[in-house]
Design a binder for this molecule. Structure first.
Ligand code: DX5
Ligand code: ZN
Length: 215
C-alpha cells in the first residue's frame, strides 16, 4: 500500500467541505494543504482562517506544505490548526536546524522540502532529525504541471542518503503525480504520493486515490 496525500489546491474552493468529505471517505492516509505567500512562489493560495475551517471537518491527518519565506515564524499557528506534519522548504529557512527542532518541540512531525534544482546532499546533516522529506517534482506554485523526470534519480539518491545517515524519514513526492509517474516513483523508493490534479480532475476522485494507493 502506497500512502496518498490528496492536494486540496486542486479542490473546488466553492465546495471545499464536500471535497474534504470525499477525502475523508477515501483511502487517502493524509490531506495535503498548500500554503503560498506570493513571495517564495509566484502564487497565493489560502491562509490560516481557511486551514482552521478544514481542521474542523478533516478526518485524515493534515500534511501542511508551506511555500512561504521564513516558515519558522508560523510553527505555533500550524500547530494550532492541528497539523500532523509541517513541511518547510530548505530554500526558505536560514536556520533550518532550529526550525526543525521547533516543529518537533511543538509536537508535529518535521518535514523538509526540496525544490527540483536543490540537491539531496543539502540534507546530509539534518536527515537523521527528520520524519519526512518532500521532493518537489515540479516547480512549486501551481497544480497541474508536468512531472520532472530527474526526480526518479533524485528519489534513489535520497534513499541512499537516508540509509547512510540512519534516517527513518519517509519520502513524499509532490507534483505531476498520476498513475504512470506514481508507479515509477514507488519503484524508485517513494513512500507517499501527493496528487492534486490527477485526483480532483478525475470523474471518480475516490477511485483515483484508490488506484494510487494500490501502487
Ligand atoms: C504545487 C503544490 C502541489 C500541487 C500538486 O506547488 O505543492 O501540492 O497541488 O498538484 P498536481 O498534483 O496537480 O501537480
Ligand atoms: Zn504541495
Amino acid at each position: 500500500m502506497t500512502q496518498v496525500s490528496p492536494s486540496l489546491l486542486s479542490a473546488d474552493f466553492a465546495n471545499l467541505g464536500r471535497d474534504v468529505e470525499m477525502v475523508n471517505e477515501s483511502e487517502a492516509t493524509l490531506i495535503h494543504i498548500d500554503v503560498m505567500d506570493g513571495v517564495f512562489v509566484p502564487n497565493i493560495s489560502f491562509g490560516f482562517p481557511v486551514l482552521k475551517s478544514i481542521q474542523h471537518i478533516a478526518k485524515k491527518p493534515l500534511d501542511v506544505h508551506l511555500m512561504i519565506v521564513d516558515p519558522g515564524k508560523f510553527v505555533n499557528q500550524v500547530r494550532d490548526i492541528g497539523a500532523e506534519i509541517m513541511n518547510v522548504h530548505v530554500e526558505a529557512c536560514t536556520h533550518l536546524h532550529r526550525t526543525v527542532q521547533q516543529i518537533k518541540a511543538a509536537g508535529m512531525k518535521a518535514a523538509v522540502t526540496l525544490n527540483p534544482a536543490t540537491p539531496v546532499c543539502m540534507l546530509e546533516d539534518i536527515a537523521s532529525d527528520l520524519d519526512m522529506v518532500l521532493l518537489m517534482s515540479v516547480n512549486p506554485g501551481f497544480g497541474g504541471q508536468k512531472f520532472i523526470p530527474n526526480t526518479l534519480e533524485k528519489v534513489r539518491r535520497l534513499r541512499d542518503l537516508l540509509a547512510r545517515t540512519g534516517s527513518q524519514a519517509l519520502i513524499e513526492i509532490d507534483g505531476g503525480v498520476n498513475l504512470e509517474t506514481g508507479r515509477q516513483l514507488v519503484d524508485a523508493g517513494a513512500d507517499i504520493l501527493v496528487a492534486g490534479n490527477y485526483v480532483f480532475a478525475s470523474p471518480d476522485p475516490k477511485g483515483a486515490i484508490a488506484a494510487l494507493s494500490a501502487l
